[in-house]
Design a protein around this ligand. Structure first.
Ligand SMILES: [Zn+2]
Length: 65
């Protein structure tokens, strides 16, 4: 989830104590639409994890049989 500072237009995932790390303002808003973009990324990492497990299983299978 990304945030955007309404005082200095800082944009990023990091917040310092609930405020903007650039200007210290607490006037932070959520960026809409970013959450939707984040889902394909998590799906991709799931696919990568799955591929790694399949590769591992294949290597083990190849070794023992
Ligand atoms: Zn700011």
């Amino acid at each position: 989830m990304q945030h955007q500072c309404r005082d200095c237009s800082y944009r990023g995932k990091r917040l310092v104590q609930g405020g903007c790390p650039a200007c210290g303002s607490a006037n932070i808003g959520r960026l809409k639409g970013v959450d939707k973009e984040a889902k394909p990324t998590s799906n991709l990492s799931t696919v990568v994890m799955l591929a790694l497990w399949v590769a591992l299983a294949y290597l083990l299978f190849d070794k023992f049989f």
